[in-house]
Design a protein around this ligand. Structure first.
Ligand SMILES: Cc1cc2nc3c(=O)[nH]c(=O)nc-3n(C[C@H](O)[C@H](O)[C@H](O)COP(=O)(O)OP(=O)(O)OC[C@H]3O[C@@H](n4cnc5c(N)ncnc54)[C@H](O)[C@@H]3O)c2cc1C
Length: 441
């Protein structure tokens, strides 16, 4: 039997949430151990960042490093299913014009950079260590992991942070993970060389192209490759009757604009990925001796590229909760209530739009945004992840919803049709083959 090693906090997972948490706690002088099951650099999807990320990188001391690997991104292009219309919005149109840009990044590079930064700041960051079991008791927790050579290793920790992403180690153990009944999407994606991009300052912008069964992302990366993915309803992936790559190309053909941009492009490594059933939440994020952050707590549709921001922001908020748990346990119940509320704020704001994205009224408001009642400013602050702006931002988001409901009622027939379509799209299709990432078959 291997002797267990002691630490203050054990962080499960070395993605953006875990590395952020480990960095912040190590800076507080805690003994932090972060266990990552893979070896960095490792592939991960989720390459489009938001202006809200920039201040977080700054606070971690890695802003310049991220800038070096990133493709500058100033806004979003929306492309409807028909060819003749486009809408371009800039992040600088939000409430804080200084939050005007972010980057598109290769996640293998970003995640490695954040992980190494955590160990520079004093965390013990171990790769190739997969957490298999966590047992809580009155003093803390015993965490058992298996190292890459198969050797078991045990840690004793006063507090455990679950940042294991969609593996949801603690939510699965505690049976607190619930599928989101309001959403049910899947994704097919690959990387292309030689895709036709937008020109000039817009080259690095993300394009969102709608098609009959969902929407596409088109994300230009700094090394010249472009990430392309179809987020589609579960029924569509379930109906797949041919190899993944063929199905992906058939799907691209349903979007004439994208098809045209990719007509001279080649698929990198001939590789297409699929992932399924991906909206869920844990019933709670905190316990007396644990906290779930990032995707380990909740995952929403990636339409607004909010995942990395929400993961890192929840780690910033969570680090304060861990501090309270370790130093002032009497204050923990109140701190838990605050965090439970705050960690849901961003996902709730984004989800309101995601649930209605098939509704023609929302599409119109994205395609022809006007700033009456400052609704465009509110929308752009949300899209820039500037979501803690206070009442001016909240007020403009509220007005956006008022306008939306008003227009929806006036056009009640198409609203009803949109609602029916939404119910049809999100119907339960059972377990999909792509529950975890599938590669080209
Ligand atoms: C199709 C798709 C497209 C997306 N697009 C975007 C986008 O454009 N922009 C964006 O911001 N977000 C996007 N996201 C979301 C984004 O990828 C995630 O929200 C983000 O990675 C969450 O970070 P995290 O640190 O919580 O989890 P992760 O990044 O998943 O990190 C979790 C880490 O934990 C490790 N781990 C898991 N289990 C264990 C274990 N038992 N022991 C040890 N280690 C473990 C994993 O190996 C991993 O490194 C997308 C997601 C999907 C599915």
């Amino acid at each position: 039997m291997q002797a267990s090693q002691d630490c203050d906090v054990l962080v499960i997972g070395g993605g953006p949430a875990g590395s952020t948490m480990a960095t912040l706690l190590a800076r507080q002088g805690r003994r932090v151990v972060m266990l990552e099951k893979d070896q960095h650099p490792r592939f991960h999807i989720g390459e489009s960042l938001l202006p809200g990320n920039v201040a977080l990188f700054e606070a971690l001391g890695v802003r310049e490093q991220v800038e070096k690997i990133g493709m500058p991104k100033f806004g979003i292009e929306f492309v409807p299913p028909d060819l003749d219309d486009r809408s371009y919005v800039d992040f600088s149109e939000g409430w804080d014009p200084s939050k005007d840009s972010a980057w598109q990044v290769r996640r293998s590079e970003l995640d490695e950079l954040l992980f190494r930064n955590a160990s520079t700041q004093g965390a013990v960051a171990i790769e190739g260590a997969k957490v298999r079991q966590v047992d809580f008791d009155d003093e803390g927790a015993t965490v058992q992991a298996v190292l890459q050579d198969g050797a078991p290793q045990t840690w004793r920790a006063r507090f455990v942070v679950d940042a294991s992403g969609r593996d949801t180690v603690l939510a699965s153990k505690l049976k607190s993970k619930q599928k989101n009944p309001e959403h049910n999407s899947t994704a097919l994606f690959g990387h292309f060389r030689n895709a036709r991009r937008l020109e000039g300052r817009r080259e690095g912008n993300i394009s969102i192209c709608w098609f009959e069964h969902g929407w596409f992302w088109f994300i230009p990366l700094a090394d010249g490759t472009t990430s392309v993915g179809a987020v589609c309803w579960a029924y569509y992936l379930k109906a797949r009757d041919k190899p993944l790559k063929d199905y992906f190309f058939d799907t691209i053909a349903m979007c004439p604009e994208l098809h045209d941009r990719l007509k001279n492009a080649t698929l990198v490594d001939d590789m297409v990925h699929a992932t399924g059933n991906f909206a869920y939440s844990s019933t709670h994020a905190t316990g007396d001796r644990y906290l779930m952050v990032g995707d380990a707590f909740t995952f929403i549709d990636p339409m607004f590229s909010s995942g990395v921001f929400l993961a890192m922001q929840s780690a910033f908020d969570g680090a304060r909760l861990v501090e309270t748990a370790l130093d002032r346990p009497a204050e923990l119940p109140a701190a838990r209530r605050v965090l439970e509320k705050r960690i849901r704020l961003g996902p709730r704001d984004y989800s309101w739009f995601i649930y209605r994205v098939t509704n023609p009224t929302i599409r119109d408001m994205f395609m022809h945004p006007n700033n009456n009642f400052k609704v465009k400013q509110g929308l752009m602050s949300l899209l820039a992840a500037d979501i803690h702006q206070g009442w001016v931002y909240r007020g403009s988001l509220f007005m956006f919803k008022v306008v939306y409901y008003f227009v929806s009622v006036i056009n009640w027939r198409r609203t009803l049709a949109g609602w029916k379509r939404h119910r049809y799209n999100i119907r339960d299709m059972g377990q999909l083959r792509g529950e975890t990432i599938l590669k080209s078959d």
